[in-house]
Design a protein around this ligand. Structure first.
Ligand code: CP
Length: 348
């Protein structure tokens, strides 16, 4: 819950005397697979600084005033699309929301032609969600703008993993070593799973997945994760549980008997929570199928950090946009431990 969020003092930026310009190791944000641990920590520290300064009424920045960003969502979205748009507005960018449903996609224009036409209008970045895995990479190799992947098919959803991990980073005082996270549910169809596995492993956490065998991809152990087919031992293993949504729209054949049966064996509810460790954290990327992945008491209860995730989504997306599009505007000082602490320029 937002009100219960911890504000660990050790994560708060503190004054130092060495100034540098922090940069990500990539030009685009396509997938967690292409990032280094230092990139993730830089995004977290920048996001915390921006959340402190910009996510309050009446606060905004002109950091991206010279930039034009296109939000190209060719698949439905509530959280990702609105938080990117809010993040862009808070940083003063010019924003164009591309309406895929009323565009020339429907007239047979290819994605590449569409993007090349948008590019010719002198834009700086494209935030893209597409049902085809790999679409952002395909475009980034052929077009000039900076691309940010807002979810590609079943493949990756990097900003979701960044906001999930930022939520845990705060709760765990920045330390992932010795922590265990289990990702429960539709691992086969969910892009959130792969991005979270990669990010959590990079940060030093132990990771497991849990679900019916039909929803667990064969060979997933090769990513260094444990597999549970029953929820109880998975919950005993974990310090945090990330309950994924059942992806009804990507499921072309019945991979479990019914949603009722799924809820019975893999849903988190009051009864199961009562026997779990008290400090178990419950995450969900949304949208929640209430009564299937989570019952209302668990989704809205004291263990849930779901609304923290949503708030951190805006902060993480501001950080990613600023680090990719205006890195020289973000100065960093080093704290007493030598850790780079990014600082957003003064805001209105
Ligand atoms: N978590 C997530 O990607 O939600 P949306 O589909 O609403 O953007």
């Amino acid at each position: 819950m937002l009100a219960a969020r911890l504000e660990p003092r050790s994560l708060a930026p503190s004054a130092g005397d060495i100034t540098s310009t922090p940069t990500l190791s990539t030009r685009h944000l396509l997938g967690i697979a292409e990032l280094k641990r230092e990139d993730l920590l830089l995004v977290f520290r920048t996001a915390l600084d921006m959340r402190e300064k910009l996510l309050r009424p009446g606060h905004a920045s002109d950091l991206l005033a010279e930039r034009t960003i296109v939000n190209l969502f060719a698949e439905s979205s509530t959280r990702t699309r609105s938080s990117f748009e809010l993040a862009e507005q808070r940083l003063g960018a010019n924003v164009l929301n591309f309406q895929a449903e009323s565009s020339s996609f429907g007239k047979g224009e290819t994605l590449l032609d569409t993007v090349r036409n948008i590019e010719a209008m002198h834009i700086d970045a494209i935030v893209i969600r597409h049902s085809v895995g790999g679409a952002p990479w395909f475009l980034a190799e052929r077009c000039r703008p900076v691309f940010i992947n807002a979810g590609d098919g079943r493949h990756e959803h990097p900003t979701q993993a960044l906001l999930d991990c930022l939520t845990l980073y705060e709760r765990w005082d920045g330390r992932f070593e010795g922590r265990r996270v289990v990702i429960v549910g539709d691992i086969l169809h969910g892009r959130v799973a792969l991005s979270n596995i990669l990010a959590l492993r990079l940060l030093g956490a132990e990771v497991a997945v849990c679900g019916p065998p039909t929803l667990i991809p064969r060979g997933i152990e090769d990513l260094g994760v444990r597999v549970f087919n029953r929820l109880e031992p998975a919950l005993e293993f974990a310090d945090a549980v990330n309950m994924l949504r059942i992806q009804r729209e990507r499921q072309d054949r019945g991979l479990f008997p019914s949603t009722g049966e799924y809820a019975k064996y893999f849903g988190l509810n009051r009864r199961r929570m009562a026997s779990m460790k008290k400090d178990l954290l419950v995450l969900h990327p949304g949208p929640i199928n209430r009564g299937i992945e989570l019952d209302a008491e668990t989704a809205d209860g004291p263990s849930s950090v779901i609304l923290d995730q949503v708030e951190n989504g805006v902060a993480v997306r501001m950080a990613v946009l600023a680090l990719l599009l205006a890195p020289s505007a973000i100065a960093a000082t080093h704290d007493r431990r030598g850790i780079e602490v990014p600082r957003t320029p003064a805001v209105a």
